[in-house]
Design a protein around this ligand. Structure first.
Ligand SMILES: NC(=O)c1ccc[n+]([C@@H]2O[C@H](COP(=O)([O-])OP(=O)(O)OC[C@H]3O[C@@H](n4cnc5c(N)ncnc54)[C@H](O)[C@@H]3O)[C@@H](O)[C@H]2O)c1
Length: 249
């Protein structure tokens, strides 16, 4: 357990999967959490589950592919909890098109959500992070961002590699404000996103890790909580691999 009492976290793509598990674990550790997601009914229900457990939680509709939506969500978070200390950039979409199948529309869509979303959420939250005592940015990249991936498309790999790159660049630029910026790079994890692959590709994903299993969302969420904690104050610009030993470069 970490002591996140009094800290305010916003998690994007928090209606399900790794985002929901992260919001839940942050709340278990004492944080007030804002769950942002483009799927409004699902995120309302998700926040309702946390509130029913007695946690401070707020659901906001948030499309990280649009700056107006990002700004509205950040404003709602600040209005509800009076600040932001922790930003978890988790919202992401998969693409499994081959090199030959790739279209400009698919390319732009995935880069816009996965990479553009990460950047512009940070931009919108920055004035509030600068006022925080223990500001944290945690970006969810991927094993794919490290090694180019196995079954995902090149636009997915480029988006996740881009997330690693801006994590490092922002760590350097935001260090003067004491804001730490880190990424978690999950290996294949048991969530809905894997259904974007063919059944054969899903089977291959299972065997990517040395431990011969998929990760669980809670195992990724634990890494998020560590990076959000005061104990991780001296960690910045780091990629935390949570992948059962699939990448050791
Ligand atoms: N599951 C894996 O194997 C795996 C591995 C490495 C990295 N990741 C990354 O983890 C993150 C979470 O993925 P997941 O596995 O939990 O998938 P998921 O599909 O279960 O959850 C993704 C969530 O993001 C939301 N979302 C999608 N587009 C959005 C947008 N434009 N704005 C706001 N919310 C949006 C979805 O509604 C959904 O609730 C993603 O960035 C993904 O790339 C997942």
């Amino acid at each position: 357990m970490f002591d996140l009492k009094g800290r305010i976290a916003i998690v994007t793509g928090a209606a399900r999967g790794i985002g929901f598990a992260s919001a839940e674990k942050l709340a278990e550790n004492g944080a007030s959490v804002v769950l942002g997601d483009v799927n409004e009914p699902l995120v309302q229900e998700a926040a309702g589950r946390l509130k029913a457990k007695g946690y401070e939680a707020l659901a906001v509709r948030m499309d990280v592919g649009r700056n107006d939506s990002i700004r509205e969500a950040i404003a709602a978070a600040v209005k509800a909890f009076d600040g932001i200390d922790i930003v978890v950039n988790n919202a992401g979409i998969l693409s499994a098109l081959s090199i030959e199948e790739m279209t400009r529309e698919e390319w732009d869509k995935v880069l816009n959500v996965n990479l553009g979303g990460t950047f512009f959420v940070i931009q919108a939250a920055l004035p509030f992070l600068k006022k925080s005592r223990n500001p944290r940015i945690i970006n969810i990249s991927s094993l794919t961002g490290r090694n180019g991936g196995f079954e995902g498309s090149m636009c997915y790999a480029a988006s996740k590699g881009g997330v690693i790159s801006i994590t490092r660049g922002m760590a350097r630029r935001l260090a003067p404000f004491n804001i730490t910026v880190n990424a978690v790079c999950p290996g294949p994890t048991e969530t809905e996103i894997l259904k974007g692959y063919t059944p054969e590709a899903q089977e291959r994903q299972r065997n990517v890790s040395l431990l011969r299993r998929l990760g669980q969302p809670e195992e990724i969420a634990a890494a998020v909580c560590y990076l959000a904690s005061t104990e991780a104050a001296f960690v910045t610009g780091a990629m935390l691999d949570v992948n059962g030993g699939a990448y050791m470069g």
